[in-house]
Design a protein around this ligand. Structure first.
Ligand SMILES: [Mg+2]
Length: 366
């Protein structure tokens, strides 16, 4: 009985919406005459790296973060278009408005991705997700994919399952079977190197990971080991945070090949810097910045963070921070992160706690 009421209180219904190759899709909509051709967006930065590409281009093995010259080798007739953030931001606002007609609890992750908590709606999550996607298509002529699950971790994994223009539900009863065979790479925080390390221990799926003792996970992965203990069981208690007061904004990326030279690391940082600048415009235009920081994770899993008191995000400072961080280890670099920390802000309205009180029907109807 106790267990049941615990389940009831904790049971959320989360939808993760992810637009399909968003920037490229917007460009295809705007330029129907070339929509059927392989298209990529980006490549205008100093290093000439693609931001995203359409599915036609993906058939040639082209993917985001690929240098333009390499993409052109794989597909000589690839059309590379400049990034038009202003336009994407406008479409993104439109999509966000549609989401808000379903719930106040919308947590954007980027221009084309968001979590929605729809626990309070007395309808199956899959039905709500289908309607959101239909409304988005109706308004924008763009397709989205959705994942529906009791938590953020699984909703995000699920939105990738039937991509593009599809959706996938993981009801509570399906979680144990779903995570059993789920590759550990699908869990946030597990990069290629950690996956490799685990593969050496014969751990490839979340089911394998479940067999590891909590103490061993902590020994292997530090505090993240404790997260892993829960994540590999499909548990994730993070609430959807609408209107959250961010303390910082950053992006970090784990690379499949470690950087052994400072210059290759700088190239990666530059791409991420451009993304950060865009994210700041989207999510934190009015916030006062207190510090800039760069974070690196090395091949031996050690991490380091270097900060500066600069109030303006600028490439020169980030480059200097990267060089300092790089100098702290002789190891190659697996993960590159950069961001800003904000000055204290007045607290906004407290987050709605609707999610904690699902109706009886919502607990049943999946
Ligand atoms: Mg997307």
């Amino acid at each position: 009985m106790l267990a049941r009421s615990w389940m009831k209180v904790r049971m959320r219904r989360i939808i993760h919406i992810d637009m399909d190759c968003f920037y490229a899709a917007v460009e295809m909509r705007e330029r129907p005459e070339i929509a059927h051709r392989p298209i990529a967006v980006g490549g205008s930065s100093g290093r000439g790296v693609l931001t995203t590409c359409n599915y036609e281009a993906r058939r040639f093995g082209i993917r985001s973060a690929m240098p333009v010259f390499q993409a052109k080798q794989r597909c000589p007739h690839l059309t590379v278009l400049p990034v038009r953030f202003e336009l994407y931001r406008e479409v993104s606002r439109q999509i966000r408005e549609i989401m808000h007609t379903f719930t106040e609890l919308v947590e954007p992750l980027s221009l084309d991705e968001a979590y929605l908590d729809v626990t309070h709606l007395a309808r199956p999550g899959a039905e709500v997700a289908a309607e959101i996607r239909a409304n988005i298509y109706e308004a924008t002529r763009l397709t989205a994919s959705a994942g529906i699950a009791p938590n953020k971790l699984l909703a995000k994994i699920a939105s990738d399952w039937n991509k593009p223009n599809g959706q996938f539900s993981i009801p509570p009863s399906a979680i144990p079977a779903f995570v059993k065979t789920l590759p550990i790479r699908k869990i946030w925080g597990i990069g290629p190197k950690s996956a490799e390390k685990m593969a050496a221990l014969n751990v490839n799926t979340c089911g394998d990971l479940q067999a590891m003792a909590k103490a061993d996970l902590i020994h292997e992965f530090g505090s993240f080991g404790l997260d892993l203990y829960h994540l590999c069981r499909g548990r994730d208690e993070r609430p959807v945070q609408a209107n959250r007061i961010r303390k910082s904004l950053s992006n970090e990326r784990t690379y499949s090949h470690a950087f052994t030279s400072l210059s290759s690391c700088e190239a990666a940082l530059e791409r991420q810097f451009e993304e950060l600048v865009e994210d700041l415009k989207t999510h934190a235009a009015e916030r006062r910045i207190e510090k800039l920081f760069v974070k690196l994770k090395f091949s031996d899993f050690r991490r380091t963070t270097v900060e500066s008191m600069d109030k303006q995000p600028n490439w020169k400072t980030y480059l200097a921070l990267l060089r300092t961080a790089w100098g702290r280890s002789g190891e190659s670099v697996r993960l590159v992160g950069l961001g800003v920390r904000f000055a204290e802000a007045h607290r906004g309205p407290e987050q709605m706690e609707l999610a904690l009180f699902p109706s009886e029907s919502s607990a049943r109807e999946w």
